[in-house]
Design a protein around this ligand. Structure first.
Ligand SMILES: C[S@@+](CC[C@H](N)C(=O)[O-])C[C@H]1O[C@@H](n2cnc3c(N)ncnc32)[C@H](O)[C@@H]1O
Length: 423
């Protein structure tokens, strides 16, 4: 494909992504299958340009005019790549498969644009970041949306060094994660699921932030642990690693079904329970659990470095809806905690409304739950390195809740709040 044809294809894919709820990777793959003339080099170049536009969408949209694929691609060449207007004019030639020639309005805008890098988030998220991260907000935004995430895995009970050696022998550049004692980090795009170590259950794909959240909960041998929103079971496996008796619950049977093969592969055990829409199905567990772990449904904003397109599909109203659901779920799950037991709230979000606001709304209505300092939990946690214990304590600043972010911890964005039931 000519350079111009690649630009036109990227614009088309961006329009398809905007009209779809499917992950951007999937839309790109479907485009590739339907356009066989595009070789692997073309598909890679188109994919890179599409993701570059998605990661910088706010900035490109702010540059004015429309927000369709053509306009995003056009502004990206100037604003992000710093290309000369004359060169862009040659690429947008209108000849063959290249994009249609520039309009007068586009030409005028292009020559007036200021070139340089800046973070790019939807307006309501930027406002939240300014409030929560203060002077660091742009650095936080940049790390969340403009960088590619590595592939992290959790070593399933075995020796981390030995598994790292095994992955290196399979040509994957595995390095130990700094904060999780269970983790290995591989370069972005590594095909870990093609390795024998993955097939035989010695590693599970899990972001280091997710490992830290499960580790902070500190499940212990023989404890009764309820993983209340178990989903695909990523954290269930980590919670079960301690030898606790884990009951994994969810309202979606499809999600619980996915846990079964993961448990088998990891040679781990957990009971699976399907909840009714209002949390029915766990009456026998009331006031019995030593630990209830609530990995609540959320916007997933903490994972935007993996799915930048999701940032543009999220609305403030949806975040409000998640907040209401999170507070309701925490109230239901809290009933299962025995006196003296622990409750842990987790999201993979970086938004205050889903994190501090939801935790505060729960705590305000449940006086029997007392905050547990993150530093104290980190001291007793499983699976943290010494550096990890110190880093989490430092980030929490004496408090009972902590926010991990790509900028702070090099992980996906996770929030954890901890309580203990007193009576
Ligand atoms: C963030 S995901 C869990 C991810 C999972 N813990 C993991 O580590 O892979 C949230 C889960 O909450 C479940 N959920 C949604 N509404 C719920 C409810 N009312 N009660 C319990 N779980 C719910 C969803 O089906 C989803 O699987």
């Amino acid at each position: 494909m000519t350079p111009g044809a690649r630009l036109a294809a990227a614009a088309e894919v961006l329009d398809r992504i905007a009209a779809s709820r499917a992950p951007a990777e999937q839309v790109l793959k479907e485009w590739g299958r339907a356009n066989r003339y595009a070789g692997s080099g073309d598909r890679r170049a188109i994919g890179e340009l599409v993701f570059r536009c998605l990661r910088n969408r706010a900035r490109l949209a702010d540059a004015g005019g429309a927000e369709d694929g053509r306009t995003l691609v056009l502004w990206s060449l100037r604003l992000l790549d710093g290309r000369d207007p004359e060169e862009i004019e040659r690429l947008f030639s209108g000849a063959g498969y290249a994009p249609a020639a520039l309009s007068d309005a586009e030409r005028t805008r292009l020559s007036a644009m200021k070139v340089g890098a800046e973070a790019s988030l939807p307006g309501f998220v930027e406002a939240d970041f300014r409030r929560r991260f203060g002077a660091n907000w742009a650095r936080e935004a940049e790390a969340l949306i403009a960088t590619r995430a590595p592939v992290d895995v959790r070593v399933n009970g075995g020796d981390r060094e030995a598994v790292a050696g095994e992955l290196r022998a399979a040509r994957l550049a595995a390095q130990e994660t700094p904060w999780s004692a269970w983790g290995l980090r591989l370069p972005a795009g590594s095909d870990v699921q093609g390795t024998v170590a993955w097939r035989e259950g010695r590693v599970e794909v899990q972001d280091e932030g997710s490992q830290l959240a499960a580790g902070l909960a500190g499940s212990r041998p023989r404890e009764l642990v309820v993983d209340y929103c178990a989903g695909g079971g990523g954290k269930t496996l980590a919670l079960a690693q301690s030898g606790a008796r884990v009951i994994a619950c969810d309202v979606q049977s499809r999600r619980l079904d996915a846990v079964r093969p993961r448990l088998e592969r990891a040679n781990a055990e957990a009971e699976l329970r399907l909840l009714g829409p209002e949390g029915e199905g766990v009456a026998d567990l009331e006031e019995r659990a030593d630990l209830v772990f609530v990995d609540a449904p959320c916007s997933g904003a903490g994972t935007w470095r993996r799915r930048p397109e999701a940032a543009w599909r999220l609305t403030e109203a949806e975040v409000d809806r998640f907040h209401g659901l999170q507070v309701a779920i925490l109230g239901r799950a809290a009933k299962l905690v025995r006196p003296g037991g622990r409750l842990v709230y987790v999201t993979c979000s970086v938004l205050g409304r889903e994190n501090e606001d939801s935790a505060a709304a729960f705590a305000g209505a449940h006086g029997a739950f007392r905050p547990v300092a993150v530093a104290e939990a980190a001291a007793h946690a499983s699976g943290l390195t010494e550096a990890g214990r110190a880093r989490l304590a430092e980030l929490a600043g004496g408090g009972h809740q902590v926010q991990f972010t790509p900028a702070r911890t090099g992980t996906d964005g996770f929030f954890v709040a901890l309580w203990k039931r007193t009576s």
